[in-house]
Write a protein that binds this ligand. Sequence first.
Ligand SMILES: Cc1ncc(COP(=O)(O)O)c(C=O)c1O
Length: 387
Amino acid sequence: MRFSTRMDNLAPYLFAEAERKIAEKRAAGIDVISLGIGDPDIPTPKYIVEEMQRQIADAGNHRYPSNWGHPDYAAAAASFYKRRFGVDIDPKREFMALLGAKEGLAHICFAMLDPGDLALVPDPGYPVYAGGSILAGSDVRYLPLRPETGFLPDLDAVSEEDARRAKVLFIGYPNNPTGAVVEDDFFARVVAFAKKYDIAVIHDNAYSELTYDGYVAPSFLATPGAKDVGVEFFSFSKPFNMTGWRTGFAVGNHEVLEHLWRLKTNMDSGMFDALQKTSAFILDSPWDFVHEMCGVYARRRDLLSEALTSVGMKVPKIKGTIYMWIPVPEGYTSGGFCEHVLEQAAVVITPGRGYGPAGEGFVRLSLTTPDDRIAEAVDRIERSLRI
Ligand SMILES: Cc1ncc(COP(=O)(O)O)c(C=O)c1O
């Protein structure tokens, strides 16, 4: 058979290989603990499941949905953005339902990028930014995220030539994988940069609701002028433990969303109305569950941080996301350290290199494993490091 050349440059998705290794070890009877993928261990709360059951039973929800999204979902998203971030969203023009943020992030590349174009992609970064851009035929320029600059890209370091050539800039804070948050005027600098070079900004807002120690994450769209240059993707996956449900939305610049809409009308037929109405219900209901989850993750963060610090690892205290981004002990590469931890401790962690070249020297640990398993995992890692 002959396949698309497009596939030649596309590596298997980061976690595909990890899943294979876990399955192999488990089949061999080994008790593997995964601190790999960020997939919440606690089920979707009952009030959401019950609402979905009600919506599924309603035959009015059984036909093709609209690609823009159900008006109830759009209205709920607009009022959430106003209430939570102080951002005005026109539900008719500035909202689009997505089958999860990942779907939107991948597809928007095809709406924005042609072969030979340039995408500015954070390094390390959520793999879909580079993957989607490469699939669309675009070149990728990595913008290194370093601890010295708070894991924010240095826009002044982008060459004039690259800035002029670039069509899109991907960013996302609170940040996966570094756990970094925005605490200064970074978003204003992004808007100025995007306006100067006519670059569309794609802000990935998958983690704004999972923050700790009193930190409240802003929306990129709350920055003056942001809606002129960009869109933002919101996801229900992590705050509401709904990774399997596939619901999210994009808000912001109408022209960008109109292009994404036109593309998607040719690719999918929208999101199940029952799920859209449930998503609206979630946004309109009290958010106690999310606050509880923040408590759970903060506790797990402290547990991991204390134990790993005690064996000499440098563990920064994250203020957002569900990930810890930790420098590997001296003498290891990030891949080598993950291999060591998997082989000696049967614990899965993710090599930083998988998120881009600047991720070398770091590993990512996810907090989506029950406390007792986290305690067991750090115990095993500690022992493996003492060997
Ligand atoms: C930064 C970031 N964006 C988007 C996603 C995907 O979100 P969704 O499940 O809504 O597709 C993830 C999932 O891990 C993520 O970490």
